[in-house]
Design a protein around this ligand. Structure first.
Ligand SMILES: [Fe+2]
Ligand SMILES: [Fe+2]
Length: 284
């Protein structure tokens, strides 16, 4: 089965058109990053770039597209709508598309409370084993064909303060995952576990304290060997660490739409394990 993994597409509204009052204080802090930090420019073409990646998905006869969070810049409704429409018909088919929220999609308490991510992508949060979910529908699992499965986890929480962007899967979801991977329905399948935050940085060290995945070691220990992959985003660099007897393959998709760094992972499974994979850049 052929998977395309993209991440951190950051569809970004035109923030000059919004009143400061409506944006709220958390986004005021972000405005500096957007304007002086060059972020708005870097993601100005995000929807078109998503479209080009999905053209590749069609041309490469991809079976399933996985997007590991940070669909939006700062969780505005129009950004969710933009991401949803850029995904087009892929977003209509849970058997062919998996999407989880990132920290930017849970940027404000209001966005979380009003289930803004779920309003746009709730149809993709369905599970083939719904009773294993322990937290807001997570973990969910999709059993694909005879030999593959995708599991979605939630690591993104509303931060106490903007800029705090660490993530945590948490004991409840980890316990549910541990039980899930031992179930007979999962036996003999390649299992791709999608989580937003990164277990390792590009150099193979744990990510920064206030940016990383707090319970990465515990998560990785549940998924040993070549049957398993952890697919993440959050760090805007694209890299891979091979599986060992004690941990899964780890794929960081970086930001698939950031100007100058557009790209994704193509991951192939066969016979219930991860086989070939390829880091692909979009031609300029
Ligand atoms: Fe991001
Ligand atoms: Fe992120």
């Amino acid at each position: 089965m052929r998977f395309l993994h993209l991440s951190d597409v950051h569809v970004t509204a035109d923030y000059r058109r919004h009143s400061l009052l409506r944006l709220g204080w958390r986004r005021w802090i972000a405005l500096g990053e957007l304007t002086f930090g060059g972020r708005a420019r870097a993601f100005a073409r995000a929807p078109e770039t998503i479209g080009r990646i999905l053209e590749d998905a069609n041309a490469l006869q991809v079976d399933h597209v996985i997007l590991s969070g940070d669909l939006t810049a700062y969780a505005l409704p129009e950004e969710f709508q933009g991401a949803r429409s850029a995904l087009g018909r892929w977003a209509e088919e849970p058997r062919r598309c998996t999407v989880i929220p990132g920290n930017h999609d849970r940027y404000t308490p209001g966005a979380h409370r009003t289930r803004r991510f779920e309003q746009s992508f709730g149809n993709l949060l369905v599970s083939d084993l719904p009773h294993v979910a322990v937290e807001e529908g997570f973990p969910f699992v999709r059993l694909l064909g005879e030999r593959d499965a995708v599991i979605g986890l939630q690591s993104a929480r509303v931060p106490y303060f903007p800029g705090l962007s660490y993530g945590v899967v948490g004991q409840k979801q980890r316990d549910a995952l541990a039980t899930l991977v031992r179930r007979p329905e999962l036996e003999g399948r390649a299992v791709l576990v999608v989580v937003h935050h990164a277990p390792f940085g590009a150099l193979g060290k744990p990510d920064r304290l206030l940016h990383g995945l707090v319970d990465a070691p515990e998560l990785l220990a549940l998924l040993p060997g070549e049957r398993f992959g952890v697919l993440h985003g959050h760090i805007h660099q694209r890299y891979h660490f091979p599986a060992t007897a004690h941990r899964p393959h780890i794929f960081g998709a970086g930001s698939s739409t950031e100007a100058g760094h557009e790209g994704y992972w193509l991951i192939e499974t066969s016979g219930g394990r991860i086989g070939h994979f390829e880091k692909r850049s979009l031609a300029a």
